[in-house]
Design a protein around this ligand. Structure first.
Ligand code: PRE
Length: 297
């Protein structure tokens, strides 16, 4: 059976590219969804076996919608991670490509892409209004559909071809080494043959109220067991101002004895711990180098 993989669409988003790296088109059916919420919901409701969503970017930080929806609205395990390189492109409709920069009235993209190119856009398109949409490919599609408008989309190189746009400028992200961390939710991926760089576990920790040094105790428990934490993110509980959940990534599998001991200690401090997933973490180059070796066999 060909299993469906939901991704933030339409075709030509960065998330689509990440889904194509992880799930080969010959073995899976790629299903575009219009928002991150729709991707997570379709896996939660068993409409899709897998979902791919962004969770963190090197320049702009957390994709808070993904974190919050995982925390508050769905129960879907994280089953893999992919760190994928991101380059942003400025694209226009071919009938608008003759214009000078000052004539473009609107820049359209996903908030994360706008944030990654803020300095560039302020410098070259300071007069343009910014419009946020659900994804970068949605922006490209809108530019394609409004051939009479002097609009600019920010997005992937693949969107330029898919939506028959003209490239205005390439690799316009404000800082080098731009990467986005994507996660897979739902089932475990069986067919992926590359070996991961490491296994990680994500936890959601709730501190007891009015306990001085509670977060310190949590960190101390992991440190004492020699478990490296690669990320800590606080998100509002949405119950009262100043109350947070802590989203923690540990660089070991959830049932490793040192993680088990650390969690026991954390719980002994009256903290609540929820496992969000324990999963292999891949980089794009690991998967690509494995696939190129595999193809030569
Ligand atoms: O809009 C897209 O193309 C997406 O896949 C979303 C997204 C994100 O939310 O971070 C993914 C990668 C890039 O960082 C920019 C946008």
């Amino acid at each position: 059976m060909i299993e469906p993989v939901a991704y933030l669409g339409p075709e030509g988003t960065f998330t689509h590219e990440a889904a194509q790296v992880l799930f080969s088109e010959s073995q899976y059916r790629h299903v575009p969804r219009t928002s991150i919420v729709d991707v997570l919901t379709s896996v939660n409701q068993n409409e899709c076996a897998y979902g791919v969503v962004p969770v963190e970017n090197a320049i702009e930080g957390s994709v808070t919608l993904t974190l919050d929806w995982l925390i508050h609205h769905v129960k879907v395990p994280i089953t893999a991670e992919l760190i994928y390189p991101i380059s942003q492109y400025l694209m226009v409709h071919p009938s608008q490509a003759h214009r000078s920069w000052k004539d473009y009235t609107r820049v359209i993209s996903h908030p994360q892409a706008v944030a990654q190119t803020r300095i560039h856009v302020r410098k070259y398109l300071p007069q343009a209004a910014i419009t946020f949409v659900d994804s970068t490919a949605d922006a490209a599609r809108q530019v394609q559909e409004h051939s009479d408008q002097p609009w600019v989309a920010i997005g992937t190189q693949s969107a330029q071809k898919l939506y028959s746009l003209e490239m205005l400028s390439e690799k316009v992200e404000d800082y080098p080494n731009n990467y986005t961390r994507f996660i897979v939710v739902g089932k475990e991926i069986r067919e992926l043959k590359a070996s991961p760089s490491l296994t990680k576990s994500s936890f959601l920790v709730t501190l007891p109220s009015d306990f001085p040094g509670a977060l310190y105790r949590v960190l101390q428990s992991f440190a004492g067991q020699g478990v490296n934490l690669s990320r800590i993110e606080s998100r509002p509980t949405k119950k009262k101002l100043g109350a947070y959940y802590f989203y923690i990534d540990a660089e070991k599998e959830w049932n490793h004895p040192s993680v088990t001991r650390a969690i026991q200690e954390v719980e002994a401090w009256d903290c609540k711990v929820r496992l969000l997933g324990s999963y292999p973490a891949y980089t794009f180059s690991q998967i690509k180098s494995f696939q190129s070796v595999d193809n030569t066999k």
